[in-house]
Design a protein around this ligand. Structure first.
Ligand code: DGP
Length: 114
């Protein structure tokens, strides 16, 4: 896949408010937050969209969700609740083509989404 702004964040070429990191996953605050807590969890080895995932990516995809839940527990809002979202392509509202999980928290979320 081509490089994106998130690749530059991984390589520390542009700044980001990084809140979580392990061997496979980096997480940083969204530039345009949609909730009091809005953090993006991205794989360090990127794929453009969820459509590009293959069975051998199952562990990586799971690690993204586990990292988000781990962060929610450590930050103390896991019990109150939060939302995780993966946008895919045009109708999903994806704008950055480096797969990412949005973690939204700190307010009540509506369903269905707009
Ligand atoms: P999506 O629409 O699902 O592709 O979400 C992309 C998100 O990435 C969007 O909520 C705004 C955020 N974003 C875009 N550029 C940057 C950036 O340079 N830094 C940070 N922290 N977030 C960014």
């Amino acid at each position: 896949m081509g490089d994106t702004i998130f690749g530059k964040i991984i390589r520390r070429e542009i700044p980001a408010d990084i809140v979580y990191e392990n061997d496979d996953v980096l997480a940083f605050r969204d530039l345009n937050p949609q909730a009091p807590v809005h953090v993006l969890f991205i794989p360090k080895h990127a794929m453009a969209t969820l459509n590009d995932a293959i069975p051998s990516d199952a562990t990586l995809l799971g690690n993204l969700l586990l990292a988000a839940a781990d962060y929610a527990k450590r930050e103390g809002f896991a019990e109150q609740g939060y939302r995780t979202v993966i946008n895919c392509n045009e109708h999903g509202g994806q704008t950055v083509f480096h797969l990412h999980v949005h973690l939204l928290a700190g307010r009540s979320m509506h369903w269905p989404p707009g």
